[in-house]
Design a protein around this ligand. Sequence first.
Ligand code: B12
Ligand code: SF4
Length: 477
Amino acid sequence: MKFLVVTDFLGYIGGGFEPLSVMYVMSAVRQAGHEVKMIEDDFQKASAMIEDWKPDFVGYSAFTGYHKQLIDLNRRLKERHEFISLFGGPHPTFFPEMVKEEGVDIVCRGEGEEAVVELLDSVQRGEDYSGVRNFWIKLNGQIHRNEVRPLQDDLDKIAFPARDLFYQFPQARNSKVRIVNTARGCPYACTYCYNYKIKELYKSFGAPHLRHRGVDSIIEEILQLKAKYPIEFVYFGTDNFTTLKDWVFEFSEKYRRKLNIPFLCGSRPETISPEVCRALKSANCASVYMGIESGNEEIRRNLLNRKMNNDRIITAAQNIHEAGLKLATFNMMLFPGETLEQAWDTLTLNQRCRSDYAWVSLFQPYPRTKLADYAIEKGYFDGDFDRLQVSWYRFSALSNHHKKKFERLQKLVWLAVEFRWLTPLVKLAMKLPFSPIYMFLLKLHKAYCYRFRVMPVKLSFREVLKLSWRFLVDRSE
Ligand code: B12
Ligand code: SF4
């Protein structure tokens, strides 16, 4: 079978990182003996490729906000060509009703590697594929809603992502930063995040949701990468890199000896300790991302299901600084019912944590998450997920009397964290209608922080200009 994946390529969604999910799926499909190709989400290019190569399947990976664009693209491609369309990723996983959209034939829920291989094999053998697990399948006007299969419990059995497909394009091939996944799942249950919903989807199997890859396998993947492509920095795109202390120690020791390439990883305050930070530093970690999300304890406890207190967060931040690591913090604003005073607490807590890069987005109500359900129930959100957009920075679907002020504050937090003495100015500026200027400054600051703090790779002047330009025109921000 021929399987074409249409993806956001060198475009800007995803900050220019490799699309790990589809590369994993495509690797499994290729290993099973099928042919795979990748093309960017541009109608002309995708159409020309389909005309020329005639794939049996065309696949897309959709997160909420990007899904409409993909549905539309697929519909236009279907008007011209014959193929079976297949959507996977977070949006169809939680909103499988997407299969009812015109032109959508199949949606995949949950992990795709094994499922897609079974689907392609069945179609190739001319068998009835309407019952293949993980899929909702629209056939002859009828929708077949199949259960998911158990999660793959040994991640080391999953083939390394098919990076060559993405690296066929020079900009991706020559990038100095590479993204690598080290685990799947998360033991926590924050109400805005999709992880506990994934747990619910798979709960009948009782198997652990959090699974770590073996350290040796991760090192092997990076060694293989290093042998073929430039690599000066690794971004570990895993929800919580520091969840398992012993795993971090083992990783740090082996990584230091065998790779020692500077890297960035994500964490949660409870999983940070002086020992963990020292271990990361010894392995050449440059920076750690930590979710603060809200600086208001009440919001964290009652709305977000994040029960740590401010002191715990500050201690974690201190541990990170003391180990000589840079700290980047994740935050959100405009939660359902949030007041401006509560949002201001987020600014204050980031100041107290001395965040080296305070990243603040607007809360997005993702389908079927507890916080989205709450927002709908309380009338803060109308429940129309098609209104969600790609950008976390520019758009919020939530209603709030002070929405404009929230949107301005969200773009100004970095200024008060960077230059504390400007705090009174930020208070004033959030009342003034200069959002485009605030956005421009925020992008410049982001480019600066990425270059010098979060992912400090050596860039030429031209590359710095390119990075700044990319952030300025980035559709996802
Ligand atoms: C690392 C990460 C990033 C990284 C890198 C992403 C990348 N290029 O790989 C960065 C920081 C760049 C990023 C950016 C964004 N992210 Co992000 N990200 C994640 C994170 C933490 C891990 C993703 C991952 O690699 N998982 C490992 C892979 C192997 O698993 P997977 O993605 O689930 O893919 C499997 C299945 O979904 C399925 N599948 C996926 N695609 C397809 C396609 C087909 C055809 C098939 C059949 C199956 C299939 O098979 C895959 C393999 O089993 C997730 C949270 C999470 N736990 O998944 C959020 C998450 C996916 N991100 C999210 C969002 C919203 C974004 C942004 C839109 C934010 C923004 N506006 O900038 C962008 C969009 C990026 C993009 N182009 O995808 C949301 C999506 C929510 C939703 N309902 O859609 C998530 C779920 C986090 C959350 N808020 O809960 N992200
Ligand atoms: S800790 Fe992070 S990944 Fe885990 S549930 Fe909370 S937000 Fe999601």
